[in-house]
Design a protein around this ligand. Structure first.
Ligand code: PLP
Length: 380
């Protein structure tokens, strides 16, 4: 009886989503030209990197275990974790680094653990769902500020209680624009607030050896906590929180999403290490992706009503779930893997096509895409 009521509720919710054209479904599409994955530098598909991961995996002394067999604090820790964490601390110019199983989990760990009851978290309104979910798990007061709006943030800082934490992304996942990191660092400094930057979409793409935007802007000393994820430009998965040794020790002791989960497998740890080494040996990748972005912006600047984005994430707003879905289908029928981003993932009225550029997208593919986009937007 109980189960039946739940089933009805679940089905009602699904029917509502279906009516609103926002039903999420799992699909497998891999024959189209990739303009939607987060594999910006093509590392996930790079055969040289695949081979180097295979070589180090075959050589690793612990490869007799498929899984890590436990959490880091019990049986899951090994020398490879220790090695890569010191390597990542160096790359990202921090004192210490702590691996997490994913960016989602890292954000849950940081935001649920560090701010305490009586503190305040101020977060950009366009923060990723996992930042918001981490904040929800915290006991601190929390308030959004207007996207990239320093005035809105400062007003809220002035009213905030306790230790203030500020949460932003260096590159916004659904908009591709940058946070004004220098100004945010200065404001945090002025009010003694702790700035936390999620570098999910800038890791690998910006900064020496893929260290991210904070390092590219030489702000590492002013931003005490950064989250880097490996499922985007690094081509694998997992994440790292970088900061001080005290921060690391505190998270190891108190961050439940770190403590109560099985550590990642050896293969994952080695893949992350090899991906970073690959970027440090292939400096051209960062130039290649910048050139792709430049080309796309040049082709589209006059013809499409879209804001210029200097990251690989480009968006074209087509309000309405049905409308944006139709545009995506038209593009998919022309051979491009482009996904619509629907509400409620983004605000109603700001539904969009999210186009991700990659180093492996050829000039011809970008030209063809731009022509199709013009056609599509004139039909929308
Ligand atoms: C800004 C941001 N942070 C964190 C995440 C989550 O990272 P992961 O996919 O490694 O869980 C994402 C994923 O899309 C993201 O865009």
């Amino acid at each position: 009886m109980h189960t039946d009521i739940s089933k009805i509720r679940w089905q009602d919710a699904l029917n509502k989503r279906n009516q609103e054209k926002s039903l999420r479904e799992l699909k497998i599409t891999n024959v189209l030209t990739d303009f939607s994955s987060n594999d910006y530098l093509g590392l996930a598909r790079n055969t040289e990197l695949h081979n180097s991961v295979k070589v180090v995996y075959d050589e690793a002394t612990l490869k007799n275990k498929l899984g890590s067999t436990g959490s880091r604090l019990i049986t899951g820790n090994n020398k490879y974790f220790e090695q890569i964490e010191s390597y990542l601390a160096q790359v990202h110019q921090s004192e210490a680094a702590l691996l997490f199983n994913s960016g989602y989990v890292a954000n849950l760990g940081v935001f649920s653990t560090l701010p305490q009851r009586g503190d305040t978290i101020l977060f950009d309104e366009l923060s990723h769902a996992c930042i918001k979910d981490g904040i929800r798990l915290s006991q601190a007061d929390r308030f959004p500020f207007l996207h990239n709006n320093l005035e809105s943030l400062e007003k809220k800082i002035k009213k905030a209680k306790g230790q203030v934490y500020i949460a932003v992304e260096s590159v916004y996942s659904m908009d591709g624009d940058f946070a004004p990191l220098k100004e945010l660092a200065a404001l945090s400094n002025k009010y003694n607030a702790i700035l936390i930057v999620d570098e999910a979409h800038s890791t690998g793409i910006f900064g020496k050896n893929g260290s991210g935007l904070v390092c590219e802007l030489s702000l590492e000393d002013q931003i005490p906590i950064r989250i880097h994820t490996f499922g985007k430009a690094m081509g694998c998965h997992g994440a790292v929180v970088v900061g001080s040794q005290v921060l690391k020790d505190y998270l190891v002791n108190f961050a439940r999403p770190f403590i109560f989960t099985t550590a990642m497998s050896l293969h994952s740890v080695l893949s992350i290490h090899e991906a970073y080494k690959f970027i440090s040996q292939n400096h051209h990748l960062q130039c290649d992706i910048k050139n792709r972005v430049h080309k796309f912006n040049n082709l589209n600047s006059s013809s499409l009503s879209k804001a210029i984005s200097h990251s690989p994430i480009q968006i074209i707003i087509i309000p309405g779930n049905e409308e944006v879905r139709k545009s995506a289908i038209l593009l998919q029928n022309n051979g491009f893997d482009i996904r619509p981003i629907l509400s409620p993932t983004v605000k109603k009225g700001s539904e969009r096509l999210r186009i991700c550029l990659h180093t492996f997208n050829s000039d011809e593919e970008i030209d063809k895409l731009c022509k199709s986009l013009m056609l599509t937007s004139s039909l929308a």
